[in-house]
Ligand binder design. Structure first.
Ligand SMILES: *[C@@H]1O[C@H](CO)[C@@H](O)[C@H](O)[C@H]1NC(C)=O
Ligand SMILES: *[C@@H]1O[C@H](CO)[C@@H](O)[C@H](O)[C@H]1NC(C)=O
Ligand SMILES: *[C@@H]1O[C@H](CO)[C@@H](O)[C@H](O)[C@H]1NC(C)=O
Ligand SMILES: *[C@@H]1O[C@H](CO)[C@@H](O)[C@H](O)[C@H]1NC(C)=O
Ligand SMILES: *[C@@H]1O[C@H](CO)[C@@H](O)[C@H](O)[C@H]1NC(C)=O
Length: 438
């Protein structure tokens, strides 16, 4: 571990060091900066992100359609933050949700949370043949047993796994759907629903996968149709471990009532460790060591000490040694050191203005930049979920070791906050939920 002063990037007190030492201090700092940069480059294969996609719903359907926004995020470029293209879909009322590119960068998969209630597609795919100007595809088969797509995992072969939160009318059970690299729908799982008998509320939201060990973890969050006006909101508190080889559920964990889970929202694989983190909407971060087979049980390893953590999205990086946790109701992004997965340590906390929110959080390829979509979900007149946040995408910078947020002067002419309320004059505001770097 580096001394705090070096890590924090504050100038080392040259005024107190004898003149002849200063050049050495400067050289040491330079060497440190170079080796940190190398470390970062090595961790990410030397790649940088050039584009940020933001998947957003039109706030006023009479003025605009639900749309995909493409921004330039090329580092050290004067166009940083520039809006390159807006791709209008033919739809309103999709409730644009998460989005993710395939590993080969050919496709962008976008989920549509409320689409099924208006007979619209639950998933839209875009071709990224020209990454600056994606093209909406109309030739991809959609799941037939399930709807309410939520989160994607990009599979190593260039396809996707996607959680489908509900059946085709938005109740239970949902499924996990799998696509191959040409976007052929391979299936909807589990195939045999008898495995759900012990805990029937299969409404998967978060999803993480370990392709080396062929395991996957999904967590059940909420029965989507229950969120519509007139129904009783039904949250789910189950985590399910899968065998990826045959797409079967091998274990189901029901979180104890004493832990007051308010819907298990997100799940991620912790680098290559074989372990997973997931969140329970109760301020707790859970750890599951899936390599322990039958002995694996979820353990609470971190607590933000408030039981009202409406929405919590996770983003691991630096090979699973770091974790970002964005908590909407706290307007905060936590940065944790997860080198020891059972003992995460808080490295930094970024506070947005009160009421801003903060939901989907993603890291750029070189892991120097974080993007946070602050909007969660506002179902409007049809539903009971009203958490709009301030409808911005906010950029945060990370230091080269991923150990703190940089709060100094913002280096680009376009600011770190993209305000979707006033981004397209005459088009009304947009509610941007999913963000993804390419
Ligand atoms: C769907 O359309 C895209 C873009 O035209 C094309 O690349 C792809 O091969 C098509 N897929 C199928 C299954 O026809
Ligand atoms: C979805 O599930 C609900 C509740 O289990 C059931 O009543 C409904 O018929 C299902 N919808 C379809 C299209 O299967
Ligand atoms: C996963 O399923 C495959 C195929 O059924 C089986 O060969 C393998 O042993 C299973 N793995 C685990 C960890 O159960
Ligand atoms: C996970 O379990 C494996 C096998 O039991 C063990 O070797 C490993 O140390 C565990 N990992 C952590 C982080 O506890
Ligand atoms: C975004 O723009 C709207 C309309 O101009 C304004 O009311 C709001 O304060 C802005 N939000 C932020 C975070 O700047």
């Amino acid at each position: 571990m580096l001394p705090t002063k070096l890590r924090s990037g504050t100038p080392v007190g040259c005024s107190r060091c004898p003149g002849f030492v200063c050049p050495f201090v400067a050289l040491a700092l330079l060497a440190l900066a170079i080796s940190s940069a190398r470390l970062t480059a090595a961790a990410t294969g030397g790649k940088v992100s050039k584009y940020l996609y933001a998947w957003a719903g039109a706030a006023d359907p009479s003025l605009a359609r639900d749309s995909l926004f493409v921004f330039s995020v090329r580092p050290n470029d004067e166009d940083f933050g520039k809006l390159l293209h807006v791709i209008e879909t033919p739809y309103n009322g999709l409730e644009p949700h998460h989005c993710r590119p395939s590993v080969d960068g050919r496709w962008l998969a976008c989920s549509c949370m409320l689409a099924v209630f208006s007979g619209l597609p639950s998933i839209l795919f875009f071709s990224l043949a020209n990454p600056a100007k994606p093209v909406l595809l109309n030739n991809v088969s959609l799941p037939v047993h399930s709807a309410v797509a939520d989160e994607f995992v990009a599979t190593p072969d260039g396809g996707f796994l996607v959680t489908m939160m509900g059946n085709t009318s938005g109740w239970a059970p949902g499924r996990v759907a799998r696509y191959d690299s040409d976007l052929n729908l391979l299936g909807e799982y589990p195939r045999d629903l008898r495995v759900l008998e012990s805990a029937p509320g299969f409404n998967p939201h978060g999803i993480g996968a370990d392709f080396k060990r062929e395991t996957m973890l999904t967590v059940d969050y909420l029965e989507p149709a229950s969120s519509l006006v007139g129904n009783t909101l039904t949250f789910r508190n189950t985590a399910r471990l899968w065998n990826l080889t045959d797409m079967s559920i091998t274990r189901t964990y029901v979180l104890p009532k004493t832990q007051h889970s308010k819907g298990a929202m997100d799940a991620v694989a912790i680098g290559d460790t074989g372990g997973y983190y997931f969140t329970g909407g109760n301020g707790y971060l859970y750890y599951l060591n899936a390599t322990r087979g039958k002995k694996a049980t979820p353990k609470i390893v971190f607590d933000v000490k408030t039981r009202q953590t409406v929405s919590c999205i996770l983003q691991p990086f630096r090979g699973g040694t770091r974790l970002l946790m964005a908590i909407f109701s706290l307007d905060r992004v936590f940065l944790l050191d997860t080198t020891m997965p059972r003992k995460p340590k808080v490295l930094d906390v970024y506070k947005f203005p009160k009421g801003a929110g903060g939901h989907v959080v993603r890291v750029s390829k070189d892991e120097s930049l974080v993007a946070v979509g602050t909007y969660f979900v506002d179902e409007g007149a049809i539903g009971q979920i009203r958490y709009p946040g301030d409808c911005t995408v906010r950029f945060l910078r990370l230091d080269p070791l991923g150990s703190r947020f940089l709060r100094g002067r913002w280096p680009y002419s376009r600011g770190p906050v993209i305000n979707f309320t006033e981004l397209l004059p005459g088009k009304g505001g947009f509610r941007t939920h999913g963000v993804a770097f390419l």
